[in-house]
Design a protein around this ligand. Sequence first.
Ligand code: ZN
Ligand code: ZN
Length: 342
Amino acid sequence: MKAMVLQRLCSLEENTTPLTLTDLPEPVPGKNEILVKVSACGVCHTELDEIEGRTPPPHLPVVLGHQVIGRVQASGGGTGVFKIGDRVGIAWIYSACGDCKWCLAGEENLCPDFRATGRDADGGYAEYMTVPEGFAFRIPDVFSDSEAAPLLCAGAIGYRSLRLAEIDDGDSLGLTGFGASGHLVLKMVRHRYPNTRVYVFARSEKEREFAQELGAVWAGDTTDESPERLSSIIDTTPVWKPIVEAMRNLEPGGRLVVNAIRKEDIDKDYLLRLDYPEHLWLEKEIKSVANVARRDVSEFLELAAEMRLTPEVQEFRLEDANQALVELKTRKIRGAKVLRIE
Ligand SMILES: [Zn+2]
Ligand SMILES: [Zn+2]
């Protein structure tokens, strides 16, 4: 089968073709696994982190890709949820042990044996992949293959961060940082918690205007004080300053949810401005978001279908995966990038 394979880690600035088109043997599904014929695979920022070594794959070579749509082609036995020909999606969570305390509590994203698709196991930049059946998802009919692929990552993680924010309808919610995942969260809140007032903190005037168009009641700079204290704030920035500034805007008992796989070190000294009485006292808390559990993916897909949340998509051939990655890196962003695999 055709696959775009990562052989060694590198910087995309120095090497604009990190992946090599390779003819690999078709994978064979083990017990409880299905073989999926891939039709579409989203291209994610996390792939850049893998290639450049910020979240390195433990074994090379590896096939990247964790927003996979395809059809069940075969089973390794012991499966029964999906039939041959069924359309399925595969997300960042590839497998977990199934019997640790986190798995038993439905928090398998925290399992010590958590394995990620396209990093710890071969992913969807290929014609075929295998996955444990219990980690494949049904895709609502309203989405085409290309539309469904990008929902499997940013959307599902945005959904988890909103779940961890633990707001009720009518509570006030802040969003600091307003990129792709911020937009999605704002749209979800408007749909699910219509009486919740959303406050957006963003550096760019354009993003602030856009936030208000999408229904934010207020938009200000990262360092501005919000007109009311907030029940929860979700941070989607890559740095530290917004965290310290956000803590000031929380109400007593409020929670800051940090939705980032890694933070950059460039402004880490800003943390020294953290003032205990002003920023933390009165039982304010900080919680990070790690990966996604299966219920985040399946609940989010249902919600997205209900809301008709259709992402704008830019398609590439599998062979052009390097071009898609370079464009993502250089921020030539026009919709979510998706590889089409014939
Ligand atoms: Zn991703
Ligand atoms: Zn486990």
